[in-house]
Design a protein around this ligand. Structure first.
Ligand SMILES: Cc1ncc(COP(=O)(O)O)c(C=O)c1O
Length: 408
């Protein structure tokens, strides 16, 4: 399929509907993306034809389910250029992947006096697990600050990183601001002091092709539902040697080699971290999402999104009373525009836009430290994806006129 925005849009059935009597404009993909027919069809085909548990049954359906499930692991590994499919652990999403690392790696490796370096930009799912593990181990939390454009202040990275720093956790792309972080620079500096780096890729593996080896990451976490896949599925990639040394996150079926009365031994990686019946359909659906995006070509997707973002920034910046957060240099910004408008509360903005058929997010975006940094309780956020067009931006601006007519 070549990159034809109108044709791509037709692949997403949810986009073809009216909301409050107006054609839907969906600008909340940073929260979750819509799903193309290819993904919906893959889920249906699995449940209609191949449904069985994986790795257990010696029968045809189980064989088919296992092959499809493991093939999907390979596709997801390829998507981020992981050296081996076995380094991909299926999780419920980014949140569970980070909790896995915080609990398993964190409890094995952190002790009093150690330091965890986070950033003020992080989504709560890359903050709270580290606060919990710091509380349990006595490790100390430190933060990389933000500048006035919501970019990481890296001038003092050298002094923030010490021989006590054991882990750096940083988002690839900010969900609240769209800031694209210079992850490679951070991994190089972290490795120089012997720290490992977890990258929260929830907004990263979505818009561009990611290369975890080039980034120098040690852990990379991402979610299927933000990249055209189903909800309830995501992946943790980690270096094999780290995974092999880590204590399993959960115990149960599928993750053992032998069970004795007083102890058990573990299955090989990745199964050691996949206790219980996994989200088989979800994994297959995430594999289908990877196929869908790969066929379009991420360079074309990224170029289209850049086009729409550039147009959105121009039109929104020209809007009276508009305050846009995040980098002004669009090469540092993903397809997210977080804004406030005069005195209008972001929830009111979102409600009025919804009445015009335009779906945006309003709130703290699970990034309260970002809100505190900018001294606001909330922002409205329009986030764009491959199926959005400049017409959608025009509809957003037109709906904002309605907000202005009410709030002055
Ligand atoms: C940057 C970032 N990290 C983590 C998450 C959590 O992802 P999930 O809810 O899929 O686990 C999100 C979701 O919005 C996010 O945007």
């Amino acid at each position: 399929m070549s990159f034809d925005p109108a044709a791509i849009r037709r692949e997403f059935p949810t986009l073809d509907q009216t909301v409050n009597g107006k054609p839907l404009v969906y600008l909340d993909s940073a929260a979750t993306s819509q799903k193309p027919r290819a993904v919906i069809d893959a889920l249906r085909a699995y449940y209609e034809r191949d449904n069985a548990n994986v790795h257990r049954g010696i029968h045809e359906l189980s064989r088919r389910a296992t092959v499809a499930y493991e093939e999907a692991r390979g596709k997801v590994a390829g998507w981020i250029n992981a050296p081996e499919p076995s380094e991909i652990i299926w999780t419920r999403g980014t949140t569970e992947a980070i909790n896995l690392v915080a609990t398993s790696w964190g409890l094995d490796n952190l002790k009093e006096g150690d330091e965890i370096l986070l950033t003020v930009m992080e989504h709560h799912s890359n903050l709270v697990p580290w606060q919990i593990v710091a509380g349990r181990t006595g490790a100390k939390l430190k933060y990389i600050e933000l500048d006035e454009q919501g970019r990481l202040v890296l001038d003092d990275l050298g002094s923030l990183l010490t021989t006590r720093t054991k882990l750096v956790a940083v988002s690839h792309v900010s969900n609240a601001l769209g800031t694209i972080n210079p992850v490679k620079r951070i991994t190089e500096a972290a490795h120089a002091v012997g720290a490992v780096v977890l990258v929260d890729g929830a907004q990263g593996a979505v818009h561009t092709k990611v290369d975890v080896q080039d980034l120098g990451a040690d852990f990379y976490a991402f979610s299927g539902h933000k990249m055209c896949g189903p909800t309830g599925i995501g992946a943790l990639w980690a270096r094999k040697d780290l995974l092999e040394a880590m204590t399993p996150y959960q115990g149960g079926g599928e993750m053992i080699q032998f069970v004795h009365r007083d102890h058990s031994t573990w299955a090989e990686v990745p199964h050691k971290f996949e206790a219980g019946t996994p989200n088989i359909a979800g994994a297959i659906g995430m594999g289908a999402a990877v196929d869908f995006l790969a066929e379009l070509g991420m360079d074309a997707v990224a170029a289209h999104e850049r086009d729409v973002l550039t147009y959105a920034m121009e039109r929104l910046a020209a809007f009276d009373g508009m305050n846009i957060y995040g980098p002004t240099d669009l090469s540092e910004r993903s397809a997210v525009v977080s804004f406030t408008l005069g005195d209008a509360h972001p929830h009111d903005i979102s409600t009025i836009l919804d009445s015009e058929g335009v779906a945006v997010r309003a709130g703290h975006h699970c990034a309260q430290l970002v809100m505190q940094h900018f001294g606001v309780a909330a922002t409205a956020r329009a986030s764009f994806y491959l199926y959005n067009t400049k017409d959608d931006v025009d509809r957003l601006v037109k709906a904002l006129d309605v907000v202005r007519s009410i709030f002055g």
